[in-house]
Write a protein that binds this ligand. Structure first.
Ligand SMILES: Nc1ncnc2c1ncn2[C@@H]1O[C@H](COP(=O)(O)OP(=O)(O)OP(=O)(O)O)[C@@H](O)[C@H]1O
Length: 306
């Protein structure tokens, strides 16, 4: 399978601040890759370099086969970019908004492109509704339609489901997977764990360098973290005490349970067993989540330089 994105050693500095520091990235055609990392870690800057919107200070790459420095015009024509703050004409209908986008891209026959897009993205039933009266989920669907109508080969999504309810999020991701199955490559920046888990692969960056990458399972396994679940009557009041125990690195409440995470399972278990002997709590082995891993990566690599 060909790669939609291939980049080597991408680096960008703003003044004396190195925002992206020798990032290398390969994304296969039809792959959905999640781009994660704390605020200000360099995700948007990397995406802008990959799409030819920003020139790297060092490094090189190809996006959809085009050189990111010399052929940026060709790249821009072949990508769709859905930013968090998508904008429409609120007093135009869904159809009129898409018609406007079709004009911008010079798509012909225009009506056919608009009809096909309305149909494929399930907007036909509402094509005469004013964009300004749509709910968050429908607005997002319209934004996706507007980003893919010109048939891009690469779709960039910048925190696409912020403020959208779970059903709309799920429908949105179903559509993303359908589009990817037809060959569209998707690079999505997100802070949401459920979105990260829906990606084929994740790349986690911190201060402009890649600190973890792989499938969700690989990233979790690679973290070397173990998780225990603590159940009992007054777990909330025990949380602060557990945080001070030997081998404990994270404690997070989930309903009536506590998830306790550490990198040495034997030490962790010994500490929790000692506590269980006097506190009437039960301890069992749990699954380490992607969130546990990201919290760890954030503290390991520091998140206070933002
Ligand atoms: N044009 C610019 N001039 C100077 N500094 C910039 C510029 N663009 C971005 N930066 C800085 O580069 C750093 C990385 O920003 P970037 O937007 O790439 O991060 P991000 O990972 O996308 O963050 P977020 O999750 O908040 O969207 C930030 O410290 C930001 O202030």
């Amino acid at each position: 399978m060909a790669n939609a994105i291939e980049a080597e050693g991408l680096t960008k500095r703003f003044g004396d601040h190195t925002v992206v520091d020798h990032i290398s990235l390969d994304v296969a055609e039809g792959e959905i890759v999640g781009f994660l990392g704390p605020n200000g870690s360099g995700k948007t800057t990397t995406i802008r370099m990959l799409t030819g919107l920003l020139t790297p200070d060092e490094g090189s790459g190809r996006c959809l086969g085009y050189d990111i420095v010399r052929e940026s015009d060709r790249i821009k024509l072949n990508i769709g970019y859905m930013t968090q703050r998508f904008s429409f004409y609120e007093d135009l209908t869904i159809r009129e908004n898409l018609d406007f986008v079709a004009r911008l891209y010079g798509l012909t026959p225009r009506r056919e492109h608009v009809d096909r897009t309305l149909d494929e993205l399930g907007l036909s039933g509402r094509n005469d509704q004013l964009a300004g009266t749509l709910s968050g989920g429908w607005k997002q669907r319209l934004a996706l339609a507007a980003s893919v109508m010109h048939g891009p080969k690469l779709l960039l999504l910048d925190e696409p489901t912020a403020g959208v309810d779970p059903k709309a999020r799920r429908e949105f991701w179903d559509q993303i997977h359908h589009l990817a199955a037809d060959g569209l490559t998707v690079l999505v920046s997100t802070h949401y764990m459920d979105e990260a888990e829906r990606c084929h692969r994740i790349v986690y960056i911190s201060y402009g360098t890649v600190v973890a990458r792989g499938t969700a399972e690989e990233v979790i396994a690679g973290s070397g973290l173990s998780t225990f679940v603590v159940r009992g009557k007054q777990t909330a009041t025990l949380a602060d005490r557990i945080r001070t125990l030997d081998g404990v690195e994270q404690v997070a409440p989930f309903g009536a349970e506590l998830h306790v995470v550490g990198s040495d399972p034997a030490r962790l278990q010994a500490s929790l067993d000692a506590l269980a002997a006097t506190n009437g709590i039960t301890i069992s082995r749990g699954e380490t989540s992607l969130e546990d891993v990201f919290i760890r990566l954030m503290s390991e690599h520091g998140d206070d330089r933002r």
